[in-house]
Write a protein that binds this ligand. Structure first.
Ligand SMILES: NC(=O)c1ccc[n+]([C@@H]2O[C@H](COP(=O)([O-])OP(=O)(O)OC[C@H]3O[C@@H](n4cnc5c(N)ncnc54)[C@H](OP(=O)(O)O)[C@@H]3O)[C@@H](O)[C@H]2O)c1
Length: 370
């Protein structure tokens, strides 16, 4: 098998390459943002035919045939030589490459959640037309994908959320490092912040809607601090099926790379007898504003999710740059969502425009405060 990995220097990209190396998968394309030293090591190790980076000056530093920017990423997402494209770029930069891969009829291992959150309908339609196949890497959706291999349609999908670092209480003053200390998963900065606000779960509700085509009222969230049960489905007779596993992204990545084949466990498998107990709690929207946004995003026309996604991207960047406190993140997103009048999105340009609108509105609010 030959693969192209977008976001190769990140957490998911690095784990993907670890698995690729173990099974002698050929890496024909690598794309990263700005981490040139890690990318150079990967180029040495995997010898890809195509390489892409975010900025032109970095492409020039790396060599004469290195691709860059939006066009570079889109090219790496659609390589004819690649049997499978892994999209593990963080944030809204991943949306268009996913769409291009879908248009090109590729087999896509999709980690980037912003793609389906903003452009789920448009990407889904492109994939249906071209015959592209999307394999979710996000652990909850990877679990649901497996649970939905049952021929029977479930009545309900349940996504679990760890609750993030502040589920059991917040320090008086929240520092960036407190937010970045996720209790169960090791992830990139943006998704770790999204987990602390629970926006990550809100986005996963939207992803589930587009991946599995169930009506919005069938999508539920439960808080489960141990992150052992990743998702559940409830059948007509009330029976629940759950997917369990360690909090290790190698497992869903490996499954997405080789589906339908199952390979030996990539890490220590779950030992049920060693677990100290599993807890589950309701996640009522009245208590968790991000979950309320999640329900709105799956019920209202899709521009709302794209606008919220754009706003979230900007607000999280601002938080990580120390420009706003943690508590402001959700306030700004909610403010942006309140002034937006949702409408259906019918093409990728409209999707990207709605994302830009969300970013701009959030920027105006934050800069107005500064
Ligand atoms: N980590 C997890 O456990 C997990 C689980 C489920 C879903 N996901 C999703 O998977 C995606 C990646 O997550 P992650 O944790 O791996 O993030 P990460 O560690 O922050 O990695 C992000 C990757 O994207 C690259 N990148 C960022 N902007 C880019 C741009 N404009 N052009 C090209 N490359 C760009 C980065 O390159 P540089 O570092 O070189 O700048 C890096 O390789 C996210 O959408 C996340 O929501 C992650």
């Amino acid at each position: 098998m030959k693969i192209s990995v977008l976001g190769s220097t990140g957490v998911i990209g690095t784990l993907t390459l670890e698995i690729a190396e173990k099974y002698s998968v050929e890496v024909v394309g690598l794309a990263a943002g700005r981490n040139l030293s890690k990318l150079s090591e990967q180029i040495q190790r995997f010898g890809p035919k195509y390489v892409g980076v975010e900025r032109r000056e970095d492409a020039e530093k790396l060599g004469k045939d290195v691709l860059w920017g939006r066009d570079g990423l889109n090219r790496l997402a659609t390589l004819e030589e690649a049997d499978l494209v892994v999209i593990a770029v963080a944030g809204v930069a991943g949306i268009e490459p996913t769409y291009m891969a879908a248009l090109a009829g590729k087999r896509i291992a999709l980690a980037n959640k912003e793609s389906l959150v903003s452009g789920g309908k448009v990407i889904g339609e492109a994939a249906r037309r071209s015959g592209a196949f999307i394999l979710p890497v996000d652990s909850e959706h990877n679990s649901l994908f497996q649970l939905l291999l049952f021929p029977e349609k479930p009545q309900e999908l349940i996504l679990t959320a760890s609750g993030g670092p502040f589920f059991r209480g917040k320090p008086a003053v929240i520092k960036i490092q407190d937010v970045l200390s996720h209790p169960t998963w090791k992830m990139g900065k943006k998704i770790t912040v999204d987990s602390a606000t629970l926006m990550n779960k809100a986005f996963e509700m939207v992803e589930a809607r587009w991946l599995f085509g169930l009506s919005p009222e069938k999508i539920k969230v439960l808080i489960h601090p141990q992150s052992v049960v990743h998702a559940l489905v409830r059948m007509k007779d009330g029976t629940l099926f759950a997917h369990l596993g360690p909090a290790d992204m190698r497992i869903p990545i490996q499954y997405a790379l080789f589906y339908p084949e199952r390979k030996p466990p990539p890490s220590q498998p779950l030992d049920l007898a060693s677990l100290q107990g599993l807890e589950f709690y309701e996640a009522p929207p009245e208590k968790y504003p991000a979950i309320e946004l999640g329900y709105r995003m799956i019920q209202e026309p899709c521009s709302l999710a794209a606008v919220i996604n754009g706003a979230n991207d900007f607000v999280v960047e601002s938080f990580l740059q120390g420009k706003i406190p943690f508590e402001r993140i959700l306030d700004v997103i909610i403010e942006v969502s309140k002034v937006h009048r949702p409408y259906p999105l019918s093409g990728m340009e409209e999707v990207l425009e709605a994302v830009r609108e969300g970013r701009e509105r959030a920027k105006k609010i934050i800069e107005g405060e500064g």
